[in-house]
Every structure is written in C-alpha cells, then in structure tokens.
Design a protein around this ligand. Structure first.
Ligand code: PMP
Length: 286
C-alpha cells in the first residue's frame, strides 16, 4: 500500500502518499501504543463520522495518551483527505500513535502523531460471496478478559490474535474466524460483531470484552425500527445449532450473512436480508 499516488493527512498537513513514513524507533511500532479507526465513505459522506472520531479519541485515552487534535479537527481532516484524493466511496483509516521522541516501555515524552489515509474499497468479502454467506472457522485464540487487556480500545495490539486467527482460518479454506471470549462464550469475528436469529428474535453477544461496534449499534436500531425483538446476552457456542440465521456486522464487512461456523451450517434468511437492505439504505441516506 505504500507505493501509490495520492495524499495522506499527516499531523495537520497533506503529504504525498509515498512520503508518509515514520521513524523505525516509533513507540507505536515497538510497544503497540497505537489506536485506529475504520470508516466508510458513501456518496461523499463518511457514515457515522463523529462516532468513529469520538471512539478514536477515547481509544487513545484508554491507552493513556491524548490525541493532539479536537474531534472537529479530526472530522474535518477525514473529509479533507477524501477530497484531496478525489474519492466519494472509500475506506477511511485514521491512526494515532506514540512517536519516536523517547524509547522504552515508558514514553510520556515520545510525542503523539495522527495520520489519515483513504482508499477505494468495495465490499469486504465481495458481493457474490456475501449473498451466499461466509464460512467461518473457530479460532483457537480467545478475546481476552478486560482485566488482561484494554478491550474497550480499538488498539492495534488487540489485533495480534485477530491476524493469527484469520490466517489460521484462511489456511483451512474459511473466509474468517469466529472467536470465543476468555470464558468460552461466543464473542465476534476478527473484524466484525456477530448476530444470531433465535425464534425470530435478533440476539447478539453482550460486548463485555470486545468492541461494541458502531455498525452493531446501527443494526440493532434498524431491527427495532422493524419491530424486531433485539436481545443482548451471553451466547454459548452449544446454542448455535438452534439459531436459524447468523450474520456479522462491521464497518468494512457491513451486514454479511454467515453460511457456516465450524461444522454448523446456517441458511441466510429473511431477517438477514432485510437488515442488509436497511443498512445499505442507511449508509446512503442523505
Ligand atoms: N470488532 C472488531 C475486532 C473490529 O475490528 C470491528 C471493526 N472496527 C468491529 C468489531 C466492528 O466495529 P464497527 O462496527 O464500529 O466498525
């Protein structure tokens, strides 16, 4: 992704894409003091921009550092980066990290940097694949206890087990991994939250040790508008054979039906289809 034309917002200025480089002694690289966002721009408008910006600032606060820009400044910078690159439909990746001003575990004086990159990006799993549903393998890694890791932060370090799990799933021929939490309950996919239909109701795991996704909250709102009953609760893996539909929801994945988790098959159905359509309409609403 480094050798392209375009512009990346870098600490308040637009830099040519190829010149957006950081020093190898950056604290964020060595000690994972980095937080980021993933946003989508539809028809020139970034969906739920302020919610993402607020989460970025809060993710940094949880890791003990302050992003040196206000929410208004970050929002404006995201929009400016979209414009500078001449895009209307794109993925937006703001990132904040501790810099190279100090080396060691402690790094109060390392400095904090912010960059925003945007690029054209279609549906996460491809449209055709989305319609038939995705195949998930159970991950051997589990989402950690909130007493073990800062799980409410969208922190780069928490993606280490995501990458391991997704690579293992892909090696088995699956599209992604479904992760349990540290207690053995159903948690989420590596980059999206999970939903299940039980007796015509929409059920989703309570986000006690993983992100309460912005898409997750949007989908719950859309379901309630359709008079569906929405239930947040602990979901045990052994309950899944009773679920009649399953899907994932996330900024990149949007609403994507699940065809299989491990050796459990699901048939993408009416409720998933309705929410896919409602989510699409919401993202494109002016
Ligand atoms: N869980 C993880 C691990 C994620 O990376 C994401 C994507 N940010 C989500 C859930 C869904 O969050 P959102 O809907 O806010 O994109």
């Amino acid at each position: 992704y480094d050798d392209r034309d375009g512009f990346i917002w870098w600490n308040g200025e637009m830099r040519p894409w190829r010149d957006a480089n950081l020093h190898v002694l950056s604290h964020g690289l060595h000690y994972a003091s980095a937080v980021f966002e993933g946003e989508r721009c539809y028809d020139g408008r970034i969906f739920k921009l302020r919610e993402h910006t607020d989460r970025l600032l809060n993710s940094a606060r949880i890791l003990g550092f302050q992003v040196p820009y206000s929410a208004d400044e970050i929002d404006a910078a995201c929009d400016a980066t979209i414009k500078a690159n001449g895009l209307t439909d794109a993925y937006v990746r703001p990132i904040a990290w501790r810099g190279s001003g100090e080396m060691g575990v402690a790094a109060q004086q390392a400095g904090v940097n912010v960059a925003i990159a945007v690029w054209e990006w279609g549906a996460y799993f491809g449209v055709e694949q989305r319609m038939k549903g995705i195949n998930l393998a159970w991950a051997k890694w589990r989402r950690p206890d909130p007493a073990t890791a800062p799980t409410a932060s969208k922190a780069a370090g928490l993606y280490m087990i995501g990458t391991l799990s997704k690579h293992a799933a892909m090696d088995e021929g699956a599209d992604d991994a479904m992760m349990l939490d540290y207690k053995g309950d159903v948690a989420e996919a590596t980059g999206a939250n999970a939903f299940f239909v039980f007796d015509g109701e929409l059920h989703t795991p309570t986000p006690t040790c993983f992100l309460d996704g912005i898409t997750r909250r949007t989908v719950m709102g859309l379901a309630k508008k359709r008079q569906m009953k929405v239930v947040e609760r602990v979901i045990k893996p052994e309950e899944l054979p009773r679920a009649t539909e399953a899907f994932v929801a996330g900024t990149a994945a949007e609403v994507t039906p699940i065809r299989r988790i491990g050796d459990q098959d699901f048939t993408p159905g009416q409720i998933t289809e309705t929410l896919m359509r409602d989510y699409e309409a919401a993202t494109r609403a002016k």
